[in-house]
Design a protein around this ligand. Structure first.
Ligand code: IPM
Ligand code: MG
Length: 368
């Protein structure tokens, strides 16, 4: 049997630095746990534009369709801000999501106990937090037509369209209900049914799928603005949050801060099963390319490493090894390992990206 294949697209900014640590973790699992992976690397985002004039080449896209999982770092940077919209770094990422049909974006927000004091919220509000945002990733206003900037009556008009079919809503609802069955059995669906027809359809279809297929799950609905408020007021009332592409983008950044740092949040983007039974999949940190600290060895690699743990769990059926990796991260945080983003008011000397990687590798060794 050949090893499963991974395509690493480290991208821009801090992407390459954090992915270097992920590569060391991958090697560790090959050497110490007999879990070998065939790893290839390629370009996405601004670095692909610099070389090829596009943020993702057709060849890279085709390769991404063939591998067992894609691991992505981050895309974007200020030097690309004025590029034509069609070749912006973000278009590379959106093309991967769309063409691989990665409709289910899982964004877990877990507060590690050792970091409960780092959140901007009080400890008792976030300690023990463990929620899962299920964001629809391939439709909605990110992709809806018509879109563009047009001239109407001599004036520029910017247009984007929120569009959801019932099939698109039903499949992401099923993803959320399935996950809820493995967790506490609760789903809260968020939209704006008070002002948007697409929100009314969203609420109707989620309710229909619930009644027909998942009556064992406790379903509630909330307007997304109230959801944002509830997330910072009392986040532990939630377990699985089901929401669309744009609201999911916003609510997941909001949830990230509950965990202490955006540098802690992983994500999995999953599509339909491939011929080998594994879902089409891409794993990436929720944080961006952080150009302000890029190349300085300051970035926190944990979100990317936790994203690889999600790959172990969701693509490779290695839940126990994923838990080993998550446990190693919890351990180093308990022992006080901190990158700059995790420094409290008491100060201290932050670890570099590589030193954090070293600490996690040592904790993995100790777990054997
Ligand atoms: C995210 C990011 C992306 C998004 C950007 C980089 C296109 O913010 O994954 O949350 O808006 O989806
Ligand atoms: Mg975002």
């Amino acid at each position: 049997m050949s090893n499963p294949s991974l395509l690493i697209l480290a991208g821009d900014g801090i992407g390459p630095e954090v992915m270097d640590e992920v590569k060391r973790i991958i090697t560790w699992f090959g050497e110490k746990r007999d879990l070998g992976f065939d790893v290839t690397e390629d370009l996405v985002g601004g670095c692909a534009y610099d070389v090829h004039g596009v943020p993702l080449t057709d060849a890279t896209m085709a390769h991404a369709q063939e591998v067992d999982a894609v691991l992505l770092g981050a895309v974007g940077g200020p030097q690309y801000d004025n590029l034509d919209f069609s070749v912006k770094p973000e278009r590379g990422l959106l093309r991967l999501r769309k063409e691989m049909d990665l409709f289910a974006n899982l964004r877990p927000a877990q507060c590690f106990d050792a970091l409960a004091d780092f959140s901007s919220l009080k400890r008792d509000i976030v300690a023990g937090l463990d929620i899962m945002i299920v964001r629809e990733l391939t439709s909605g206003v990110y992709f809806g037509e018509p879109r563009g900037i047009h001239i109407e009556n001599g004036m520029r008009v910017g247009i984007n369209t929120q569009r959801y079919t019932e099939a698109e809503i039903a499949r992401i609802a099923r993803s959320a209900f399935e996950l809820a069955r493995k967790r506490s059995g609760k789903v809260c669906s968020m939209e704006k049914a008070n002002v948007m027809e697409s929100g009314i359809l969203w609420r109707d279809v989620v309710t229909e799928v619930h009644q027909a297929e998942y009556p064992d799950i406790e379903l509630s609905h909330m307007y997304a603005d109230n959801g944002a408020m509830q997330l910072v007021r009392a986040p532990k009332q939630f377990d699985v949050i089901l929401t669309d592409n744009l609201f999911g983008d916003i609510l997941s950044d909001c949830a990230a801060m509950l965990t202490g740092s955006l540098g802690m949040l992983p994500s999995a983007s999953l599509g339909q099963p491939m011929a080998n039974g594994r879902p089409k999949a891409m794993y990436e940190p929720v944080h961006g390319s952080a150009p302000d600290i890029a190349g300085q060895g300051k970035a926190n690699p944990i979100a990317s490493i936790l994203s690889f743990a999600m790959a172990l769990r969701y693509s490779f059926d290695q839940g126990a090894e994923a838990a080993r990796l998550e446990g190693a991260i919890a351990k180093v945080l308990e022992d006080g390992a901190r990158t700059g983003d995790l420094m409290g008011p008491e100060g201290g000397t932050p670890l570099s990206t590589t030193q954090m990687g070293d600490a996690i590798l040592a904790a993995l060794d100790a777990s054997l």
